[in-house]
Design a protein around this ligand. Structure first.
Ligand code: PMP
Length: 333
C-alpha cells in the first residue's frame, strides 16, 4: 500500500472519465493547441474570482515554479526558502543558476517573524518561497507571516499552495493585484485526484503572467490537457466531497498517532508528519515496509531527522497503516 507521495487515494469522478473519452474524439489533433489556454484559464479565473489575465497554467505546479524561477531567479540572483520545506524549491532555484539562502523554522516547525525579517534584511532575496500548508511538516503558515513577507520583500514572494484546499486560509486574495509581488501556485494533482494529468497554475499580477508566457516554451500545454482540466472544473462538488473525506481521515490518523509513542504536528494537508520516540525513523520505515505499508522516509532530511510522512489514504488503508505502525513500534529487535 503506497502512502508516500501525497496523491489522492480516490480516482477522479466517473462522469469526468466519460466526458474525457468523448473529448478525445473531438480534438483537432492536427492543429497546435490554444497557445494561451484561454478556456481553461478563464474557468480557473472564475473559480478564484480573478481576471483571466492573472492566471498562468503549466504542466504541474512544478513547471509553474520552474517558469517563475527562470523568469525571476537565475545567475547572480538570490532565492530564499525556510527549511524544512519542499526540497524542489531550492533544487529548481539552483538549476536556474541562483544562490539559495535558507532560513530556519523553529523546532515545532512554525516560522518566527524575526527569522523572516533576518533573511530578507540580510539577503534581499529576488524570490522568496513560503509553502502553506508546508510539505513535509503539514503546518499552515501564520497569516501575519505571509503579510509581513509581502510587505518587506522587494522581490517576488511565491506562496506554494499545493495543499490549500485541505486547509482553510489561502493567499489568493493577495495575488492578483497589478503591481503586487505575491503569487500563489496551485495544482490539480492532490485535491482534484489528477496527479497523472500533470496540471498546475499560478494566480499572479497580470504583468507577471505576461512574463511567464514570454518565458515558457510555445504550446507547452497540449490540447488534451486543456480540455481535460477544463472538464475537471465542472466537478467541484465531487472534489469538495473527496477533500472532506480526506480531512476527516486526517483527523482519525492524527488522533490514533496521539495515542502511540510518536510525536506529531498539526497538519493542514493530506499527510501527517510523525516521529517515533524510541526507535529510529528509518528502522520504523523498514518495519512498516515489512508489513506492506510504504510511507515517506524523511529520516535523513535536514530539520526533520527521524521523521516519517504518511499520506492520508482510504479508510481501509489508514486503518491498516495505524495497525502496522502499532505493531512496528511494539516489535522487539
Ligand atoms: N508543491 C508542493 C509543496 C508539493 O508537495 C508538490 C507535490 N509533491 C508540488 C508542488 C508539485 O505538484 P505538481 O504535481 O503539481 O507538480
Amino acid at each position: 500500500m503506497r502512502l508516500n507521495t501525497n496523491e489522492s487515494p480516490f480516482p477522479p469522478p466517473q462522469g469526468w472519465r466519460a466526458e474525457v473519452a468523448r473529448l478525445v474524439a473531438s480534438i483537432d489533433w492536427n492543429r497546435y493547441p490554444d497557445r494561451e489556454a484561454h478556456a481553461l484559464r478563464g474557468a480557473i479565473a472564475t473559480r478564484h474570482g480573478v481576471d483571466m489575465s492573472s492566471v498562468f497554467v503549466a504542466n504541474g505546479s512544478n513547471e509553474v515554479l520552474q517558469t517563475l524561477l527562470l523568469s525571476y531567479a537565475g545567475a547572480k540572483r538570490t532565492v530564499a526558502v525556510f527549511e524544512p520545506t519542499y526540497q524542489l524549491h531550492a533544487h529548481l532555484a539552483r538549476i536556474s543558476g541562483a544562490t539559495v539562502v535558507a532560513g530556519r523554522r523553529s523546532s515545532d516547525y512554525t516560522l518566527s517573524s524575526e527569522e523572516i525579517q533576518r533573511v530578507v534584511s540580510e539577503h534581499s532575496p529576488n524570490v522568496t518561497f513560503l509553502c502553506s500548508p508546508n510539505n513535509p511538516t503539514g503546518r499552515v503558515e501564520a497569516w501575519g507571516n505571509i503579510e509581513l513577507l509581502a510587505d518587506i520583500s522587494s522581490g517576488l514572494v511565491i506562496i506554494d499552495e499545493a495543499y490549500a484546499e485541505f486547509s482553510e486560509r489561502s493567499a489568493v486574495e493577495l495575488a492578483s493585484t497589478s503591481g503586487g509581488n505575491v503569487v500563489v501556485s496551485r495544482t490539480f494533482s492532490k485535491t482534484w485526484s489528477l496527479a497523472g494529468l500533470r496540471l498546475g497554475y499560478v494566480i499572479a499580477p497580470p504583468e507577471i503572467v505576461d512574463m511567464l508566457h514570454a518565458v515558457v516554451l510555445p504550446y507547452h500545454l497540449d490540447s488534451f490537457k486543456q480540455a481535460a482540466g477544463l472538464a475537471a472544473l465542472g466537478y467541484v462538488d465531487e472534489m469538495n466531497d473527496r477533500v472532506a473525506r480526506i480531512v476527516a481521515e486526517r483527523g482519525r490518523i492524527t488522533e490514533a498517532l496521539s495515542r502511540l509513542d510518536v510525536d506529531t504536528w498539526p497538519s493542514g494537508a493530506n499527510f501527517v508528519l510523525f516521529k517515533p520516540r524510541q526507535i529510529g525513523g528509518h528502522a520504523t520505515w523498514q518495519r512498516l515496509v515489512d508489513r506492506g505499508v510504504l510511507v515517506r522516509d524523511c529520516s535523513s532530511w535536514s530539520g526533520v531527522e527521524d521523521c516519517l510522512r504518511v499520506t492520508v489514504g482510504t479508510e481501509d488503508e489508514n486503518s491498516a497503516f495505524i495497525e502496522a505502525l502499532k505493531q512496528a513500534l511494539e516489535q522487539s529487535e
